[in-house]
Design a protein around this ligand. Sequence first.
Ligand code: 9YT
Length: 130
Amino acid sequence: MIVRRLDDLAGSDREVHAPNWTSRRLLLHSDGMGFSLHDTVIKPGTTTEIHYQNHLEAVYCIQGKGEVTVLATGEKIPIEAGAVYALDGHERHLLSAETGMRMICVFNPALVGPETHDENGVYPLLSSQS
Ligand code: 9YT
């Protein structure tokens, strides 16, 4: 059984920083679960363009509020604590944080560890060997 605590991740390579967010990667590919599990905090007042072309992601908001804009349609979806959204269609979207937000994120396939968004908001598909 794997047991890991958020506090243990601080300052480790499982804590990944980007300009608009910090992702604490509790479970990764190397843990062998078939998905990765992250506790992600989003900075207030930020908007991030995201397009997970290579992954499915489910996002469960547990703190704060903001909005997801689906770029293909312009649909705006308010997100607050208790809301989950799942990008089952690899939707390109904007995530806007009105307040600081805390999100529990699950990725399939699992992230390997160091992934951050490229200039198009995409995570590369890394293999654990690379
Ligand atoms: C909600 C979202 O997708 N934020 C970007 C970071 C990502 N969830 C991650 O790597 O934890």
